[in-house]
Design a protein around this ligand. Structure first.
Ligand SMILES: Nc1ncnc2c1ncn2[C@@H]1O[C@H](COP(=O)(O)OP(=O)(O)OP(=O)(O)O)[C@@H](O)[C@H]1O
Ligand SMILES: [Mg+2]
Length: 454
């Protein structure tokens, strides 16, 4: 028999090579390559019969409500039967708590099973008691993959949570639990078991320091849905985000607050994050769109003189490249002298903004800090800032204005062409300079020059 080549795979990024390297060529991590056992060759399979798509009879995807409204929203209306969902998050962010809460409420409607590889049965029971009682959750403390799959095939629960996929161990493979080959094998086998036996399976995965679900990015391709649980341990707010969803929209978010009794959903995050103190310098409110959900968020900025040759632009919750661009446009087209100043920008509540619709509010916060003038009371800004200093209408402006209206905003500073609303004044601005004049108190030219609509 021909000798099979030994393969080395990186535990961080999945890069594989025929020889060992001290530093992974894929992700530059040191000492992360481990030897993978070669798989034995299999006989060539026989060809399979084909089907026409029109002949396939399919039911509407059956959804199981999780009983946690914010989780349902992120999943696109509930957990789809026989789907495989990956929940990633940093240690201690509350993954086990969230899923135990979901299992508790799902246990009243069907059979649910928790496979715990990290915590003992007694530990899980303590947490369940703290969250309000263990209900009818069935539990198995097991890390051996074959045993887990065999149990699932025999018991066929409606929902199964595996906490965590990194603890599962397939005996046939030589590598340690948590390595790329182990996690890939576990996810592949569980995918087959989930689909064949109609078990909706939720895998918990740890994330690395870079934010990727540990090691195996390969997992993200295998599963139907990838949810990221974000937030830091020092803030009580957590955000659940859909990164990939085969059954619903991505970029949906759910907001939670961590309390002693577990995670409490925050159905209206705008109330919490979208308020500024009247007259505060360096604060502005943005209306950003997260998936289909408009949220009002406070953006804070500090502009401080610096002796550094290269002034700092520090962003928390905003893309640093986007911040550098907004600072440059503010200097060049809105007359703000930022060349000898450090600029810091922060998004309230530890949230992260990924969309260009927040540009205008970031610029407004920076301008407020730079000029020492507060933003007008009850003002919200949204719109994309272009490199020429001209503003572009933000996507789904009507939705954003609806949210502003609900929260009693009196003036929205937005690009020209934004649809108007009856109960809210929209100061349409063509350029960034106009928008800053409309949004800041005590600017030389006040709102009337912007032709605000009543
Ligand atoms: N008695 C308590 N009162 C309030 N909050 C608590 C209590 N016990 C735990 N927590 C919160 O729950 C968090 C841990 O939650 P959980 O164990 O669900 O996280 P995890 O993401 O599963 O962590 P790991 O990655 O270690 O499994 C803690 O960081 C803490 O904020
Ligand atoms: Mg846990």
């Amino acid at each position: 028999m021909a000798k099979t080549a030994v393969q080395f795979a990186c535990t961080e990024c999945g890069y594989s090579a025929g020889r060992w390297f001290g530093k992974c060529p894929g992700c530059d991590t040191f000492g992360s390559l481990v030897e993978e056992s070669p798989t034995s060759p299999v006989a060539a399979p026989a060809p399979r019969p084909l089907l026409r798509l029109v002949d396939v009879v399919s039911d509407e995807a059956r959804r199981i409500p999780t009983g946690v409204p914010e989780l349902d929203r992120v999943l696109g209306g509930g957990l789809v039967a026989a789907s495989l969902v990956l929940v990633g998050g940093e240690p201690g962010v509350g993954k086990s708590t969230l899923l135990l809460m979901a299992l508790r409420s799902m246990s009243t409607r069907g059979r649910v099973l928790l496979i715990s590889g990290e915590e003992s049965v007694a530990q899980v029971n303590l947490r369940a008691a703290r969250l309000g009682g263990p209900e009818a959750i069935e539990i198995l403390a097991e890390t051996e993959l074959d045993a887990v799959c065999a149990t699932l095939e025999r018991e066929r629960p409606d929902v199964c949570v595996i906490d965590s996929v990194q603890t599962l161990y397939a005996q046939g493979l030589g590598s340690a639990p948590g390595s790329v080959s182990q996690v890939r094998e576990a996810a592949g086998r569980l995918l087959r078991v989930a689909k064949e036996n109609g078990v909706a399976t939720i895998l918990v995965g740890h994330v690395t320091k870079d934010g990727a679900v540990a090691g195996p990015r390969v997992l993200e391709h295998l599963v139907d849905c990838v949810l990221q649980f974000e937030g830091d341990r020092f803030h009580e707010h957590r955000v659940l985000r859909a990164v990939k969803n085969r059954f619903g929209s991505t970029n949906e978010i759910g907001v939670f607050e961590m309390t002693g009794e577990g995670l409490v959903g925050v159905p209206n995050p705008s109330e919490l994050f979208g308020r500024t103190e009247p007259g505060e310098i360096g604060a502005a409110v943005a209306c950003v769109l997260e998936g289909t959900r408009p949220i009002l968020l406070e953006i804070q900025s500090l502009v401080a003189p610096t002796d550094l040759a290269m002034p700092r632009r520090v962003a928390t919750g905003v893309d640093p490249k986007r911040l550098a661009m907004i600072v440059a446009v503010c200097s060049r087209h809105a007359g703000l002298a930022l060349g000898a100043a450090d600029v810091f920008v922060n998004v309230a509540g530890g949230l992260r903004i990924d969309e260009p619709g927040a540009d205008l509010a970031i610029a407004l916060a920076i301008a407020s800090a730079a000029r020492g003038a507060p933003t007008r009371e009850g003002v919200v800004a949204f719109g994309e800032v272009g490199l020429t200093g001209r503003l572009r209408v933000a996507a789904q402006s009507e939705r954003r204005l609806e949210e502003c209206e609900k929260l009693g905003v009196v003036l929205a500073v937005a690009p020209k062409g934004t649809p108007s609303r009856s109960s809210l004044r929209v100061a349409e601005s063509e350029t960034l300079r106009d928008a800053l004049r409309a949004g800041l108190v005590g600017s030389a030219v006040a709102a009337p020059s912007q032709n605000p609509r009543k």
